[in-house]
Ligand binder design. Structure first.
Ligand SMILES: [Zn+2]
Length: 333
């Protein structure tokens, strides 16, 4: 049987609250369970970084020690890869880029700001790219990871920049097209164009980051929505396009659900879409915003992912994994 890979998302703010010793404990627990990839959160978009960077403020929790360098060092010792994780377009009022320029915020239909940055702005794209560059320049990582590589919902972005740019190209104010979830609006003459126009800017960032990671011989992975292709419409996220064009090396669909049947059907769909153009490891939610799994449930889902062709699973998240989970996972793969 082919090798079955295991990865995990970890949030240093909570997982390493007890200090540097907790990093070694985590890496050793994961190594014993046969894990292959650790994805540590380094930028959540709250105005702080979980590494001593120069572009954005550093988290008060990590002023005295650097969790990223320690994770990389310990993971290398046991042969586990590391992909630092950034929430790309998530930027709240505390973010340096937003404090400098409020017009970069993503606005909703009412013109109200959201805790996101507008991906259509070149300044935003270059800023987010510079953070990835900083991490790759300063750390010996195996790759980098994109999360929040999308819009928040169908209700953004309606900032001046987006409205005037789309307006210049089509003569239509996108606000007039209306919500896609009201299906009649999809009959609008410019609906299809609007949907694809939005997605184009997200893909543009992936193109830039892909170029950068390839030039540095690093891997690129992405946490993506399980609801493909609907996520093109709602979140502007066409991740199958990224896979087909070899912009990404791995797609991790966040298949968070308590329904094993849904895991089977979703995984099958993801594989039919990607057709082998990148590695697909299904994201499973041990404890997530929409799922809570027992050890038995988690293992059952992982086995189904493998049956349906997944090369691995990525677990959300480290803090929820018990000794029982890890011992059961060690027997997979
Ligand atoms: Zn905008």
């Amino acid at each position: 049987m082919a090798k079955f890979y295991k990865g995990v998302w970890t949030n240093p703010s909570t997982d390493f609250a007890n200090g540097p010793d907790s990093v070694e404990i985590m890496v050793n627990r994961l190594a014993r369970a046969g894990f292959n990839l650790i994805i540590p959160l380094v930028k959540s978009g709250n105005g702080y970084l979980n590494y001593p960077g120069k572009i954005e403020k550093v988290s008060p929790q990590f002023q005295k020690w650097d969790p990223l360098s320690l994770i990389i060092q310990k993971a290398k010792d046991v042969g586990i890869k590391v992909h630092p994780w950034m929430c790309v377009f998530k930027e709240n009022e505390n973010s340096t880029i937003i404090q400098k320029n409020k017009t970069l915020r993503m606005l909703n239909r009412e013109g109200k700001p959201t805790p996101w940055a507008c991906p259509v702005s070149e300044e935003v794209q270059e800023y987010e790219l510079s953070l990835y560059k900083e991490v790759m320049d300063n750390y010996d990582v195996d790759g980098v990871h994109m999360d929040y590589i999308r819009y928040d919902s169908e209700d953004v972005c309606f900032c001046k920049r987006c409205r005037s740019k789309f307006g210049k190209e089509t003569g239509v104010d996108p606000l007039k097209i209306g919500k896609s979830s009201h299906y009649l609006n999809r009959k609008h003459l410019f609906w299809a164009q609007w949907i694809e126009w939005r997605a184009k800017w997200i893909t543009k960032f992936v193109e830039k980051l892909s170029k950068l990671t390839k030039s540095k011989n690093k891997e690129l992975s992405a946490a993506v929505f399980m609801e493909y292709p609907e996520c093109i419409i709602y979140e502007g996220q066409d991740w199958v396009n990224w896979a087909e064009r070899k912009l990404i090396d791995y797609a991790f669909p966040m298949t968070y659900t308590n329904s094993t049947l849904m895991v089977r059907r979703r995984t099958r769909n993801h594989f039919a879409q990607v057709k082998g153009s990148c590695s697909v490891w299904e994201g499973l939610g041990k404890e997530s915003s929409r799922s809570s799994l027992t050890t038995k449930g988690l293992i059952e889902q992982a086995k189904i992912c493998r049956e349906e062709g997944a090369e691995g699973v990525v677990l959300f998240s480290y803090s929820a994994l018990t000794d029982e989970d890890l011992s059961a996972l060690s027997k997979l793969g």
